[in-house]
Ligand binder design. Sequence first.
Ligand code: F6R
Length: 235
Amino acid sequence: MKVIKVKNYQEVSEKAAYLIAAQIQLKPDCVLGLATGSSPIGTYDKLIEWYNQGILDFSAVKSVNLDEYVGLDGTHEQSYRYFMNTHLFDKVNIDKNNTYVPNGMADDLEQFGKDYDALIEQMGGIDLQLLGIGNNGHIGFNEPADCFVAGTHVATLKESTIKANKRFFASEADVPTKAITMGIKAIMQAKKIVLIANGSAKAEIIEKALAGEITPEIPASILKLHKDCTIIYCD
Ligand code: F6R
C-alpha cells in the first residue's frame, strides 16, 4: 500500500487524476470503478481539463459506479447517476452506454445486485477503482458492521452517513436511508485502487484504519490486504 499525504485538496485531485489518466492511456478500453460525493469532483475536473486539451480519450472507456441511493431515479439531482452525468460523463467523450451506475429503482434489488456483480465479471473486472471514504470508514456504502459483505447489496445507511450527506439535500429527512452498493469483493478484486480524502475527519479515520487491525467495523481497513492500493489524502 502506498500512502501519500499531501498539502491540499488540489494536490489530492491532481495526483489521483494522474493515476486515472495513466490507466486510460495504458489501456484505452479499461474499466474504471467510479465514486461520487465531494471528494472526486476535483479529480474529475482535472480529467475533463486534460480531455479538453486533447490529452485523454474516453471513447473506449467503460465505467461501473460504486453505489446509488435506493428510491432515487437517474434524473433526481441527488442521484449518483445524475452526479456522474453532470460531473464527468456529459463533459468527456465517454459512450454513456458503457457507463453503469446501480439502479436504485430496481423492482428486485437483490437480483439487481447479482446481475451487477455478473456484469462486472463479464467486463473482466475493474482495472482501477476510485474510492472516497466516509467519516466512519465506509467505502462505497459498505458501512461499519459485524462482517464484510462480498456482493452488491442493499445497505442501510448509518446515522453518521445520513448526517454527513444531508448537506446535499433540502433536509435530513430527505436523505434516503438505504443505498445499493458494490460489495467488498468487486472492490478488492479491482487491479488497482486509489482512495482519496480531504479534511481532518477523513485523515483521522484513514490513520485509524491503517494503524489498527482489519475489521468490518472500519470497512476501509480491508484495503491493507490489497496489492496495489494508493491512498492520497490531506488534512
Ligand atoms: C460515493 C461513495 C461514498 C463516498 C464517501 C465520501 O459514491 O461511495 O463512499 O466516497 O461517503 O463522501 P464525500 O467525498 O462526499 O466526503
